[in-house]
Design a protein around this ligand. Sequence first.
Ligand code: SAM
Ligand code: SF4
Length: 331
Amino acid sequence: MSDSKLIDPFGRKIDYLRISVTDRCDFRCTYCMDEDATFLPRRDILSLEEIVQVATSFVALGTRKIRITGGEPLVRKDILFALKQIAALPGLDELTITTNGSQLEKMGQQLFDAGVSRINISLDTLKRERFEELTRRDKLDQVLRGIKTVSALPFKQLKLNAVILGGHNDDEIEDLVEFALAHKMDISFIEEMPLGQISHHDRAKVYISSDELLERLQQRWHLSLSERSTGGPSRYYDIAGESQQVGFISPHSHNFCSTCNRVRLTAEGRLLLCLGNEHSKDLKSVLRTHPDDADLLQQSIIDSLVLKPEKHHFNLDEEPQILRFMSATGG
Ligand code: SAM
Ligand code: SF4
């Protein structure tokens, strides 16, 4: 149990921060953003120094794990500068990143040297044409080379994340598990979430539940529910005869709010208390009006916790209630 000083009105201890360092990306995944997505003006994005200041305050308040995400975090200029400083914060147990993999061939070693211990890599398909259809970029080979690079480095854990859309890539779940096992990686299958309005597909029509995927995988592997808990939406299964695990992130079919231990910092410096609600605190204005006041920043973070809602509701039959995209939020 952590000694976090951040406790919300429902008694949940917050010891995990996810930081979106940019809303920009070199891909345009169909479930995440449209081709002509608009991005925030640069002045509205937190500087790397401001990001490090927020991370420092969180760690001082008892946060033990920080995940860097985006947008694509590795396209942010000088990101290694921020990663090194965050990884070195006394008290932080883990610095992890979520990436689309496009920069890993180039940056894998530098990430390891900077102190990143775990990497989640998004990979929804192993088929080149389908990859281009899903990400709107012809970069599967580049991503596969990146995976090869990081697989050869001594990271504590590597995991694949695959968003599964019925009729688009659900026929590949077995191949994706095989691929993960061959690379000594865990893999998680993610149910699509209704974040932001997209034009590519009707989210309700491509919905496929984690339980359906689990049932299919059980025909091939012996899977047993693991003890491992992240306090998040993931459920993990051990695979008989393997040291890797398969996970399911199921915002629709399995509500995980009661054990939620996390908050998110958006690229524009909003502290978001829940992925599925808009409750937030504007930390950028605190940082920019009182740039050197670490006490005020910490107090603002503590005060914001009263805003954390008890749970989220995602409903695919309704218009999206959450207009921000995952890329701006730090998925
Ligand atoms: N660009 C990086 C990447 O793709 O890994 C990091 C940011 S991305 C927003 C983080 C994760 O969110 C990815 O695994 C992506 O597949 C997932 N994601 C994006 N939009 C989503 C949605 N609408 N529903 C579920 N997962 C989504
Ligand atoms: Fe970019 Fe990640 Fe969104 Fe894909 S899921 S468009 S890689 S931010």
